[in-house]
Design a protein around this ligand. Structure first.
Ligand code: DGY
Length: 318
């Protein structure tokens, strides 16, 4: 049995994979390009992959020995699941283990934007701290504010619970039903919320969900937080809204594209905080994610039901 790993990961996950066969390891912090990826996957039975690896019909046809692709992520917009199913390749993910960590980071980003932590820290570091300023770096209080959650899934629900603990009123627009919070349609949510936090997957339906019209509906001093996927926001429309002076602040853990080029106009606004897709990045959580991704591979290749498979119908004849 041969298994590929498309990025440098921790030894525990590698050991899980090595227990069933030979490893072909991309021992690098940067991803393989398409040709390197195809070469790496050539002839392997399974692969532990990252959200930066595009798994489409073209790749699957070039790698007919593949029986499982296991994403080191809960999101799977990099994987064409239908193409996997058509070729009887199991597609697996790592939900649940990152829910709390991602929700905690959403609150951290929200607080950083609401309290201008990044511009204030930059001013202190740059020698621009001359006195105690009564009216500089003024933020927004969270207690009493209305948080609009777009997508009350696992992570959205965890954010809602934390926000409630901070004294926020929570409304939501899609996802599971939860009687504790008020459900609104998306336009009502955008008009009502002081803070809008996005928790939907990247799908054709959510592509540019937050575009010019949506941004115009938001309160002009609202805060927008995105820890889901960059494509949910139309970045050009966001830049235009910011140039018009709209929005108190924006926190982006995800962007379109990723990485966001360093000359992108979004970096020019002090009230925009951008971080490089780190919401699930704690040691414990990344270790759990990588173990789970490895377990998915091992389970499929040894004929056991994997912990998290998106297309379990293919498993019957793997
Ligand atoms: C995911 O898992 O989809 C995140 O974006 C990375 O944790």
């Amino acid at each position: 049995m041969q298994v590929a790993v498309t990025r440098r990961i921790d030894d525990d996950a590698l050991a899980i994979l090595a227990s069933i066969g030979q490893l072909r390891y991309w021992d690098n912090d940067l991803p393989p390009d398409r040709d390197e990826l195809l070469k790496l996957l050539d002839g392997v039975d399974g692969a532990l992959m990252l959200l930066t690896d595009r798994v489409d019909a073209g790749l699957l046809d070039r790698c007919p020995s593949l029986r499982v692709v296991s994403n080191l992520a809960v999101g799977f917009d990099n994987i064409d699941v239908a193409a996997c199913t058509a070729r009887r390749v199991a597609a697996c993910t790592t939900p649940n283990v990152l829910t709390q960590t991602t929700a905690e980071f959403t609150i951290a980003l929200l607080m950083a934007v609401a309290r201008q932590v990044v511009p204030a820290a930059r001013a202190a570091r740059d020698g621009d701290w001359k006195t105690w300023y009564p009216f500089r770096f003024l933020g927004r209080d969270l207690a009493g504010a209305t948080l609009g959650i777009v997508g009350l899934g696992r992570i959205g629900a965890s954010v809602a619970q934390m926000a409630t603990g901070l004294g926020m009123r929570v409304v939501y627009s899609s996802g599971r039903t939860d009687e504790r919070y008020q459900r609104l349609d998306i336009d009502e949510l955008l008009e009502t919320a002081d803070i809008v936090s996005l928790h939907v997957p990247a799908t054709p339906t959510t592509h540019h969900l937050i575009e010019a019209h949506a941004l115009a509906l938001m309160k002009s001093d609202a805060i927008l937080i995105n820890t889901s996927r960059g494509t949910v926001i139309d970045a050009d429309a966001l830049v235009a809204a910011l140039e018009e002076g709209r929005l108190f602040g924006v926190g982006l853990d995800v962007t379109d594209p990723e990485p966001l080029p360093s000359d992108h106009p979004l970096y020019s606004f002090d009230r925009v905080t951008i971080v490089p897709h780190i919401a699930s990045a704690t040691m414990t959580t990344r270790m759990r994610m990588s173990s789970l991704a490895a377990q998915n591979v091992v389970a499929v290749l040894t004929g056991v039901e994997p912990p998290h498979c998106l297309n379990p119908e293919v498993l019957r004849n793997v």
